[in-house]
Ligand binder design. Structure first.
Ligand code: FAD
Length: 377
């Protein structure tokens, strides 16, 4: 079969691949190749869909903040992609000082974020149990994301600019000669000057296929579930408990339903992740200890892989040892909220070698995101 020639092949049809294809297609010929029959089959369709800025450490925080203008006015959207929903990170008495300090530090990037305690805490979230919960960090300008709507926005934009979006196209070979990548897939062959590795949990496997040294990605399974409650959850903030023996989170959805998780992190190989019953049971115990939600049954369960680099920061940038190989992986638990700026960063690094000005203004450097930052890049 004769190969098709494009400027860029993007590997992976989750949110990372979709945002990269959307941004790049405006100025490049792009083909996005996804191994599954449908796009977003893996981690992207399994998230909690929360827009939190202060999550994942200072680098992710800045990337989420840089994505806010997109969410406030998403180009091409016919409905809001983010609906307001405050976030309340809760702790016990022993965590009050740490939460106060974190709120002060994170408040430098997100000024509306603040420490809360006493009656205000229970006014903000009446289902919390006094005595068990004593302090919190409140992020009022957070929200809930229409993840599939967001993914579709990126895919539509990519297609509008001529990108080929190809499903059932598992990439099986990646070789470079005469300044071009030769990409062999289940759906045919492509050649391209640049490959964008947006393969999520499979990122290191894709790199190995190309003869590129892996960056040490570790996929970690997280189980989530939907549960009904009779409690009044109208206006309830997203609750995240960082109390070590009572870890969990809960998000109010429509129809008296909660989306819950233990916030578990279990190492996994790249795979189609499945829910663990024990993690569901422990999450229910913890949520019932912290709140009056009185969860007694479960409607649906699922799991997804959150994939981390060794330092738990994102890996966005050119590989410095192999020409034309760009990494867009390691988004951990923040790949949805950071996706708008991830696409812009990809395009900016491809075209100019530098980060977009909006991210530089927030204190980010390309070295912070570079694949081999541990080598003193
Ligand atoms: C329970 C849970 C809750 C979460 N909550 C949030 C949240 O509230 N907010 C947030 O921002 N993030 C959240 N996340 C994290 C977020 O979902 C991820 O960071 C994000 O989806 C990662 O996107 P991705 O495109 O990198 O990965 P994926 O969606 O997994 O996409 C990678 C794609 O690459 C494809 N692929 C792999 N190898 C090949 C190959 N050889 N050829 C072709 N295609 C290939 C795969 O099939 C897959 O579709 C959560 C995750 C989980 C599991």
């Amino acid at each position: 079969m004769t190969p098709k020639h494009v400027d860029v092949v993007v590997i992976g049809g989750g949110i990372a691949g979709a945002t990269a294809a959307a941004s790049l297609a405006e100025t490049h010929e792009v083909a996005l190749l996804e191994q599954e029959q449908e796009l977003a089959h893996h981690t992207t369709s399994r998230s909690a869909a929360v827009y939190i800025e202060n999550e994942g450490g200072p680098i992710f925080h800045r990337l989420s903040t840089a994505s806010r203008p997109f969410f406030e006015d998403p180009p091409g959207a016919d409905h809001p992609i983010v609906e307001p929903m405050p976030v309340l990170s809760i702790g016990d008495e022993s965590m009050a000082d740490a939460l106060r300090d974190e709120a002060a530090e994170a408040g430098r990037i997100t000024p509306t974020l603040r420490f809360v305690e006493g009656d205000e805490l229970f006014d903000l979230c009446p289902v919390l149990r006094r005595g068990t919960v004593a302090a919190g960090m409140y992020e009022p300008a957070a929200g809930t994301i229409d993840v599939m709507g967001l993914h579709q926005l990126f895919v539509r934009r990519a297609r509008r600019h001529g990108a080929a979006i190809v499903r059932s196209a598992r990439v099986q070979t990646l070789t470079r000669h005469a300044d071009r990548w030769h990409v062999g897939s289940e759906a045919g062959e492509w050649t391209a000057g640049v490959v964008v590795n947006a393969a999520g949990a499979w990122g290191d496997q894709v790199a190995a296929m190309a003869g590129v040294e892996p960056v040490g990605l570790q996929p970690k399974r997280r189980t989530a579930f939907h549960a009904p409650t009779n409690a009044d959850i109208d206006g309830m903030p997203f609750i995240y408990s960082g109390i070590p023996e009572l870890q969990c989170y809960a998000k109010a959805e429509s129809g008296g339903q909660l989306l819950c998780s233990l916030s578990d992190e279990t190492n996994s190989d790249p795979c189609d992740a499945r829910a663990e019953e024990i993690d569901v049971a422990r999450a229910i115990d913890n949520l019932n200890a912290l709140t009056t939600l009185d969860i007694r049954s479960v409607r649906t369960t699922w799991a997804g892989l959150r994939t981390f680099a060794p330092d738990r920061n994102p890996v966005f940038g050119w590989d410095d040892r192999v020409d034309g190989f760009f990494w867009l992986v390691g988004q951990g638990g923040c790949g949805i909220v950071t996706s708008p700026i991830a696409g812009e960063i990809t395009r900016s690094l491809l075209e100019t070698g530098d980060l977009p000005e909006s991210t530089v203004a927030l204190g980010l450097t390309k070295e912070m995101l570079a694949p081999r930052r541990d080598d003193g890049v």
